[in-house]
Design a protein around this ligand. Structure first.
Ligand code: IVH
Length: 690
């Protein structure tokens, strides 16, 4: 090769590598595989070795090597960052208020003060101040653990780096990072000028800007912030939501000017309408209105269910609609065998997003709406909810009624609609193939690796599908033997299309990190029908270990009436349907094989007692009769917060019966089994609340 050719090739390589770097680091969107990238880089280095003058200071070879293993450090949130339940209709808001009142045992017409404020469509952020200095900023992540984006947040003007002397020693302020519509438009304009990728919407632009490895890029992006919540905060500037937010404002944090304090459903809904009417003229995107019970003492009593507070709800704006042509109906098979029809649409923009798929729910829904392939249909999309088909706008020429398949498209097994207890047939048609059905198996694997289950980074749905198709991962256990089997039968992972040494190393590291897993996640990951996260947690608390759960379920399956079965159904929160699903799962030898195989690889960790030192932690408590100071639901939540298990009926395993006036058979049972019985007042004394 002559010198001129080398110079030209070097310049081309440098340009290509720079473009890939930008894609990887700035857009979070790699354009080539790691292997491809390494090849280019090696070629560049070879040229520089031969013609050392090419290795100038700005050569890509001088930049710090490939991607670091972890882009950002992890931050464990001292108080988890939660999400909100959604309300779509006015009735949902009334129901929310009703639930709050019932939980707190307030009369139906009691006034509860509730704040209302816009739901900002950005990213939540937690700011930790120690001795009035900003020391850490973290994204939400999975709620328990987020990314450390402190250096980037230092560049955000809206976020004060110090708080005034009136602020306490430790406080975590939480809120939303967002980009204004004006700044978003200007940024995209700049990106176009520079020949760079544009962002789809302000939210993506904000996310891309915050998650920059190079803080100077974040600094050049105009991010803003609204404070609306808090994490660890031993000394708050008020005893109500309203006062705390005003306190934040006094400390110099930006708070949303559209927040108001309401005292009735009518006031809340009026404010919702007002904000909705201003939505288009606001300079930032919002997707609803958030209502929060104002009194923090009431918030504390209400507590949380699963991942959202009982004291707050997000009232989403109604959906945006569009018309398009239904081109095809595909049937997807879910992890429990449910056949779900998915509409393939001629792509259409709805509320700023291009939509080409929509859900058709189930067979009956298609019949009811008489949706046919070729029809022009009205679709709608609300927030991040999957778009839906609302109705048929006009018939396609020569269209025929859609016939729902009676066999599974993945394995050919019969697909049936179960008979429910009510005698009606279930709306969902299910494949009866169980684990012989490849679709169910692969869906179970996806669920297993998904965020709220094993949360294996790098093992997303697409990769699971590929690995399954190639026989690399056929069951959950295989995930954990992947590394030791790497290259044994097929080519090495790093030589696969789209992979390279560093992405494989990252995947193996992510898998290894999950060999220790919380028991509730482990149970949830199994994908047992009707066992969601809340039920998984209840089971984890009640049985304490994976093997105890398995053995008890096997015992329960042995006959239709036995202690194990009675114990299971006595657990508060486990109804007959869930119990049956669990027993059935463990009665299937193949499932137990998978379960046991998995236990060879991973160690589920018992949940830390909620409050190890509480006088009732680890105890099984039953509440019965009339309670005066708290509702049954509140009593249960309180006991669970204190580490107790709450059961629905008394057995010899019950430790304590809290009996109010009118207690009947449970009181008798308690006497029979020699269970300690106390009244409500004694309960409060026992837990040290009096
Ligand atoms: S309160 C414990 N208030 O919505 C609940 N959240 O779906 C704390 N969000 O992750 C959240 N605007 O990112 C709250 N005014 C607002 C909000 C808001 C936007 C986001 C937040 C949260 C998500 C929940």
């Amino acid at each position: 090769m002559n010198r001129a050719k080398a110079i030209a090739e070097h310049a081309l390589l440098a340009e290509q590598l720079a473009a890939h770097d930008r894609a990887y680091y700035q857009a979070d969107e790699p354009t080539v595989s790691d292997a491809e990238y390494d090849k280019l880089r090696l070629r560049l280095l070879a040229l520089e070795k031969e013609y050392p003058h090419l290795a100038k200071a700005n050569s890509p070879s001088k930049r710090v090597g490939a991607a670091p293993l972890e882009k950002f450090g992890k931050v464990t949130h001292a108080v988890p960052m939660l999400s909100l339940a959604n309300a779509f209709a006015d009735e949902d808001v009334l129901e929310f208020l009703g639930r709050v009142r019932r939980f707190l045992n307030l009369s139906e017409d009691a006034s509860v003060a509730v704040t209302a404020e816009p739901k900002i469509d950005g990213l939540s952020l937690s700011l930790r101040y120690e001795n009035r200095k900003l020391v850490q900023a973290a994204t939400r992540g999975d709620g328990a653990e987020g990314e450390n984006v402190t250096s980037n947040v230092f560049t955000v003007k809206d976020v004060p780096q110090t708080l005034p002397a009136s602020a306490p020693d430790v406080v975590e302020v939480r809120g939303e990072i967002y980009m204004s519509n004006k700044d978003f438009a200007a940024l995209n304009e700049k990106q176009i000028q520079a020949g760079e990728k544009t962002f789809a919407n302000p939210r993506n632009a904000a996310a891309g800007s915050l998650r920059q490895l190079d803080p100077t890029i974040t600094a050049a992006r105009p991010l803003r912030f609204f404070a609306y919540a808090w994490g660890e905060a031993p000394k708050l500037p008020g005893a109500t939501q309203w006062d705390v937010v005003q306190g934040f404002k006094a400390w110099g944090l930006p708070v949303n000017p559209l927040m108001v304090l309401c005292h009735s459903a009518d006031e809340l809904l009026a404010h919702y309408r007002l904000i909705e009417s201003q939505r288009a003229s606001l300079d930032y995107d919002i997707d609803g209105v958030v209502y929060k019970v104002n009194d923090l003492a009431l918030q504390a009593r209400l507590g949380f269910v699963s991942r959202s507070p009982r004291w707050a709800i997000a009232h989403k704006f109604s959906a945006e609609q569009a018309t398009t042509v239904l081109e095809a109906i595909d049937i997807q098979v879910g992890r429990t065998g449910a056949l779900t029809p998915v509409a393939r649409l001629k792509p259409v923009t709805v509320g700023g997003v291009v939509v080409s798929n929509a859900t058709l729910h189930n067979e009956d829904e298609i019949t009811r709406k008489d949706v046919r392939i070729g029809d022009t249909v009205i679709i709608q999309r609300a927030g991040d909810v999957i778009p839906q088909i609302v109705s048929v706008a006009s018939r396609g020429a020569g269209s025929v009624p859609y016939e729902f398949p009676k066999v599974c498209p993945a394995c050919g097994s019969h697909a049936e609609r179960e008979e429910k207890a009510s005698g009606k047939s279930d709306a969902v048609r299910r494949c009866t193939g169980g684990l012989i059905c490849p679709a169910q198996r692969v869906e179970r694997l996806k669920h297993f690796a998904s965020r709220n289950a094993f949360d294996i980074e790098g093992l997303g749905d697409k990769i699971v599908e590929e690995f399954y198709a190639d026989g690399l991962i056929m069951s959950p256990q295989d995930i954990f033997t992947l590394e030791q089997r790497d290259g044994r039968s097929l080519k090495k992972l790093k030589d696969r299309e789209g992979w390279g040494a560093s992405s494989v190393a990252n995947l193996f590291a992510a898998i290894t990190a999950r060999r220790m897993i919380a028991l509730d996640r482990f149970i949830f990951a199994l994908g047992i029908r009707h066992v969601g996260e809340t039920t998984a947690r209840v089971l984890a608390r009640s049985y304490g270990s994976a093997t105890v759960l398995r053995d008890q379920m096997k015992l329960a399956a042995a006959s239709s009436e036995n202690d194990a079965r009675a114990e299971l159904t006595a657990i508060d929160g486990i109804g007959d349907v869930v119990a049956e699903a669990l027993i059935q799962f463990f009665d299937e030898p193949h499932n137990v094989d998978i379960f046991d195989g998995l236990l060879k690889e991973v160690s589920p960790q018992p949940l830390a007692a909620v409050a190890a030192s509480s006088p009732v932690s680890g105890k099984t408590v039953v509440f019965t009769g009339a309670l005066e100071r708290m509702t049954r639901e509140e009593a249960k939540a309180m006991a669970e917060r204190l580490g107790a298990k709450v059961a629905g009926s008394v057995s010899k395993k019950t430790d304590l019966l809290v009996a109010g006036p009118g207690a009947g058979s449970k009181l008798k049972d308690a006497k029979k089994f020699g269970v300690e019985v106390i009244d409500e007042a004694a309960w409060f004394v026992r837990i040290g609340a009096q």
